[in-house]
Ligand binder design. Structure first.
Ligand code: PLP
Length: 362
């Protein structure tokens, strides 16, 4: 087996144990004589898989009983529309905190359905920080407040102890790139959503965790498939769900559960990220682009002193099997995405390579 170290922002690295187990079960799942890919979504075998997946996620995130867990399609981007269609229904106005391109896309989509007000934005400094807000900044009439807890491109995060004080307003969070990476209290959110392809499984399934009282108020014009209540009432089986992707999520959740759950991976993630940031900060050769206070545990953008060096770094790293390190075009340089499945050894190998490259080019 010859696997690269995959620092991709997503679709991203998955635990080898998960891939191996999926491989072993691919032709004949648990003696049923067929693959999960071939199963009817109405079969008992499949419905057991989906139930177990949901129960595992509930356990890992400590999801209270008054929340539904939905397995949807269309990626996190479809949520940008589903959220206003379903939630912007009382005062037709919502508040958005703009901390990156994805948050901005969510706001732009929200503006198609009502007044999507920008509370604050960090665009002035290429989203290198999280704007500070107080309760007074939020519109007390807002139907919800939308935030993105981890800005994949810019490497900033709103940590669990830095959530905005929105008072009694409903907080909606895009957790696509840091779900299950550290402990967030689900009770603080009205709705959490995440595409699977960073910390949970393959692209194609989107997890939505929604408080029950928010169901059943969709705008008149809402397409059936975009109504949360339809999916909640049908156990995410209104139409054919992405069965195989959900099954892989189950394996990832089992892997995480065995490891000790979210609090255990949080400790590991903090050590991994700190190691990398400490090296960058002490190197005099590399520079982190995000403000220290807001640094992500999942996406670490950094640059060398000029574009030629950046390009050379990516080229040499790729040749050594450290791949997908090129930064997003809006930030430049490099970005190491170090999701749950990136091992400590992977971080050590990256730092060794960075040291070597700095020595040769410094
Ligand atoms: C924070 C965040 N939100 C939304 C998206 C869009 O997700 P999707 O491609 O599943 O629509 C991404 C994708 O990278 C992301 O990182």
């Amino acid at each position: 087996m010859n696997r690269i170290l995959n620092f991709s922002a997503g679709p991203a690295v998955l635990p080898v144990e998960v891939l191996s187990k999926a491989g072993a079960e691919i032709v004949d799942y648990h003696g049923y004589g067929l693959s999960v890919m071939e199963m009817s979504h109405r079969s008992k075998a499949y419905s057991d898989i989906q139930d177990e997946t949901e129960q595992l996620l509930r356990k890992l995130m400590n999801i209270p009983d008054n929340y539904h867990v939905l397995f949807l399609q269309g990626g996190a981007s479809t949520q940008f529309a589903m959220i206003p269609l379903n939630l912007m229904n009382k005062n037709h106005t919502a508040d958005y905190l703009i901390t990156g391109s994805w948050a901005s896309k969510a706001q732009e989509e929200g503006a198609r359905y009502g007044d999507a007000r920008i509370v604050a934005s960090s665009k002035d400094k290429t989203y290198t920080y999280i704007p500070k807000t107080t309760k007074a900044d939020y519109n007390p009439d807002a139907d919800y407040v939308h935030i993105c807890t981890n800005n994949t491109i810019y490497g900033t995060r709103i940590s669990p102890d830095n959530l905005p004080d929105v008072g009694a307003l409903d907080l909606v969070a895009d957790m696509s790139s840091n779900i299950l990476s550290e402990v967030y209290d689900v009770n603080k959110f009205a709705l959490i959503y995440a595409g699977a392809q960073k910390n949970m499984g393959p692209a194609g399934v989107t997890i939505v965790i929604i408080r029950d009282d928010l169901l059943g108020n969709a705008m008149e014009c809402t397409p059936t498939m975009l109504d949360y209540k339809i999916h909640a009432d049908n156990g995410s089986l209104y139409n054919t769900p992405p069965c195989y992707n959900i099954y892989i999520c189950k394996l990832v959740y089992e892997w995480l559960d065995k490891l000790g759950g979210v609090s255990a991976i949080e400790e590991i993630n903090k050590v991994k990220a700190q190691k990398l940031y400490d090296y960058i900060d002490n190197s005099n050769f590399y520079h982190g682009t995000a403000e220290k206070e807001y640094r992500s545990l999942m996406n670490v953008p950094f640059i060398c002193n000029n574009d030629e060096l950046n390009a050379e770094f990516v080229k040499q790293a790729t040749a050594r099997g450290l791949q997908n390190l090129k930064g997003h075009r809006t930030v430049g340089g490099m970005r190491a995405s170090i999701y749950n499945a990136m091992s400590m050894e992977g971080i050590d190998t990256l730092i060794s390579f960075m040291q070597e490259f700095a020595k040769q080019n410094g």
